[in-house]
Design a protein around this ligand. Structure first.
Ligand SMILES: [Zn+2]
Length: 426
């Protein structure tokens, strides 16, 4: 992560010394505070938390808010409100975040104390600070901010409340409510900020899609196969895809009517999918143009399960490798390419044999590469559809496939090919 760049940005937004900001940021990052929260905290430390300033706040429409304003007064409707705990300098702080709106636009806010407003309320917020948040103005409600309930409703052309379908969630969303089915869940122990902590992680789904989730304060209602309403959750980015976070402030309620989970994944071009930066569940189609090294009969480290070469693991040195089957196929649809990774089961079905068959073939040929060659002969040049989780990083775009099948050739093309073959022409 480029701390320098973030420090630069913050320092100029706050008008303070860059080195000081950088030091504060590094200090927080060292405690694994996510960068967004670290920036928020540093911003607050340097006066971003509470309106501040002596100037009389200007009364403005939301559309007219800019980061040039110091403190302002707005009359708005509360669209959403999320609650989250962040740690700053060893102290847990509960913050509220969400969106306000008037008829001219929406603006996000962070409140450093509980002002008592709820989604749907019409309020006048006096002396709120304005800070830049990812290129947009954001309101900061702190010690010197006042909030007054209005009796006249502020009419807004936006939906009120955080109810969303999974497909509409984006990293950075706060105060969201979803109704989902728990597709899978497991208990995990992590080394959290308070030492060892039990959490739940897994996959949730609705009629629009599936997403990974983490419950930082395990709720007993979250069980595989159960349908639940998760109120006040926030969304983070995990490997480029949105991930739903359930916290101690979330409300989890079992639903009587089961939520149906979609069977299909969104289908898109490889170029668009790679540009999106990562997708939890996506279907990509294209031609296999190459089967990469590290395919076929491979060996894994018995300690860490990573693929190894010549009996040597990068982390564990000389080890007794464990045989496995894997395929890394490059899929190309004209808009882009990605490497589709097929595990043992999918590789076996392409190879037409299991691990023992592969070992036998390698022994007979006295060459383990024959397995990869057979797989390449089967795949290269043909069209396939792969479904799974796409991650995009400095090593490229990789799709970990759950499903991989040949795409039926378009009947018209097939007919034309046949005619051509018969010399009839088309
Ligand atoms: Zn290893």
């Amino acid at each position: 992560m480029d701390v320098d760049k973030h420090a630069d940005e913050l320092a100029s937004a706050l008008g303070v010394d860059k080195e000081e900001v950088k030091e504060d940021l590094e200090n927080l990052l060292q405690y694994s505070v996510p960068i967004d929260e670290a920036k928020q905290s540093v911003r607050r430390k340097h006066g971003g938390g509470g309106g501040g300033g002596d100037a009389t706040p200007e009364s403005l429409d939301v559309a007219d808010l800019t980061t040039e304003h110091d403190n302002v007064t707005v009359t708005v409707r509360v669209l959403t409100k999320g609650t989250r705990s962040i740690r700053y300098q060893g102290e847990d702080i509960t913050i509220r975040e969400g969106e306000f709106a008037d008829e001219t636009g929406t603006v996000s806010y962070t409140a450093w104390q509980e002002f008592g407003f709820e989604p749907g309320d019409s309020i006048t917020v006096g002396n709120a600070g304005v800070r830049e948040w990812e290129g947009h103005p954001e309101l900061n409600l702190g010690d010197s901010t006042s909030v007054a309930l209005e009796s006249d409703e502020v009419e807004v052309p936006y939906g009120i409340g955080g109810e969303r379908d999974l497909i509409d969630l984006e990293p950075g969303d706060r105060g969201r409510t979803v109704e989902v089915n728990v597709v899978e869940v497991e208990e995990r122990t992590i080394d959290g900020r308070d030492g060892e902590t039990e959490i739940l992680s897994g996959v949730i789904g609705d009629e629009t899609g599936r997403l990974p989730f983490t419950d930082w304060d395990p709720h007993p209602e979250i069980e595989t196969g159960e349908s639940v309403r998760l109120a006040d959750v926030y969304v983070r980015e995990y490997r480029g895809a949105p991930s739903v976070n359930v916290s101690e402030f979330s409300t989890v309620e079992a639903l009587d009517a089961p939520v149906t989970v979609t069977d299909s994944a969104p289908s898109m071009s490889i170029g668009d999918a790679v540009t999106a930066g990562g997708l939890f569940d996506v279907a990509l189609s294209g031609n296999v143009i190459e089967v990469r090294d590290g395919s076929g009969l491979i060996e894994r480290c018995p300690e860490c399960n990573r693929a190894i070469q010549n009996g040597e693991c990068r982390s564990h040195g000389d080890v007794e490798g464990v045989d496995d089957l894997r395929t890394k196929a490059i899929l190309d649809d004209g808009t882009g390419t990605c490497t589709v990774i097929l595990g043992r089961e999918l590789t076996e079905s392409i190879y037409g044999g299991d691990l023992d068959d592969a070992r036998d073939a390698a022994r007979e040929a006295m060459d383990r590469e024959v397995v990869a060659e057979d797989i390449a002969a089967e795949l290269v040049g043909d069209a396939y559809r792969a479904r799974g989780s796409l991650s995009v990083d400095e090593y490229g775009a990789n799709l970990n496939a759950d499903a991989f099948e040949p795409v039926d050739e378009d009947p018209e093309t097939a007919a034309r090919d046949l005619l051509a073959e018969l010399g009839v022409g088309a």
